[in-house]
Design a protein around this ligand. Sequence first.
Ligand SMILES: *[C@@H]1O[C@H](CO)[C@@H](O)[C@H](O)[C@H]1NC(C)=O
Ligand SMILES: *[C@@H]1O[C@H](CO)[C@@H](O)[C@H](O)[C@H]1NC(C)=O
Ligand SMILES: CC(=O)N[C@H]1CO[C@H](CO)[C@@H](O)[C@@H]1O
Length: 379
Amino acid sequence: MGHPEKSEWLRLQQKSQKKYRFIVAAIGIIVLLCVVGGVGYAYLMKNKGAEINSDNNIDVSNDDKKSGDPTANGQTYFTWDKKPVNLTITPNPALKKAFYGINYGPVNATFPGCTNTLGDVIEDVKLISQLTNRIRLYGMDCHMSDWTLEAIKLLKLDMTIVPTIWVDDNDTTYKRQHDTLIDMVKKYGIDNIDGVSVGNEVLFRKEVTPEKLYGRMADVRKEINSMGFNKKLPVFTSDLGSNVDAAYVAANDIMWANVHPYFGGVPVEQAGQWTFDFFNENDVKPAKAAGKDAIISEVGWPTAGASESAAVASIPNLQTFLNTFVCDANKLNTKYYYFETFDTPWKERTWTKLEGSWGLFYDDRSLKPGITIPDCLVG
Ligand SMILES: *[C@@H]1O[C@H](CO)[C@@H](O)[C@H](O)[C@H]1NC(C)=O
Ligand SMILES: *[C@@H]1O[C@H](CO)[C@@H](O)[C@H](O)[C@H]1NC(C)=O
Ligand SMILES: CC(=O)N[C@H]1CO[C@H](CO)[C@@H](O)[C@@H]1O
């Protein structure tokens, strides 16, 4: 297939710049932009001049006070629309534990708004636990990661997370995210953490230099691994699967690659095979040569939004992608985090319909109509 990665890179890069100019000009807000399916939890600061209270950054939820003591008995948790949460998981026969891992962005968890609740995260984790044992998260703000660990604990699940210290071009963001991660690790330990990602697609967005990012990764690795835990926590970043060079391989304990057949403009019938080929060539090979593991940090298919040449967003196409990727990946022992659990209306509001439409579920936790989760169990 030649070198699709190079043209993909250029195309996405140009798209990103166009979009950036448009948003800044049209809306006049600060948007730290990321364009690929793996739009992370960028921070949308509607009011540039606003003072952001440092307490609010960490202590934002209406549920925080109610859940001060997570071990308290008889505690009732509520979702944002005030529904009480029942900690018993009622199995949904439509859901199968077929995914190696899945990407999860809680609703209403967009800093500094943070109107999400622990109750929402518990409801989400009840659902996600029927699809996989592994969750990848995009940031530390709005309690999205520590509450996921809290939910796993409250529900007594054997699940793990990969939290991300979100990195953009603002050192304040990094410090806040970093400190929240360290606090979380102190509070919960690392038994339920598989590794820490420092940034997602930061190199693609060129928000910090590779040297600065790799330096931060080394610092975080040293910091956590000197805290006396009984296992070593891998530290890495995640970036486009095409964005790999020797320094990248050297800096990562594990290679995490976002691989998006959709942005490759691949027709859905070929998208599964394309993903395996692309990942093997660009990521597994260099990782293996360095004696390291490689994991697809994002792979998925959108159900609405603009087509990308031969790649068309629709629910039937999502089903085709699930049918041609998930069980084959499990058979091949390819490790992947499916992108993603829920639609993200905030991304649609901020960017495009396409960005917000990658969920298996709508944001109200209903499975998209006509979607059948493949039935091929993974451990
Ligand atoms: C929670 O749900 C379970 C299963 O549906 C039910 O048996 C139990 O009574 C519920 N608990 C509460 C407190 O509503
Ligand atoms: C960086 O982020 C903080 C809030 O997290 C904000 O107060 C500050 O203005 C930002 N700096 C820049 C240069 O955008
Ligand atoms: C309080 C709040 O922001 N609630 C929002 C949470 O997310 C749902 C689903 O996207 C919205 O409908 C709510 O308005």
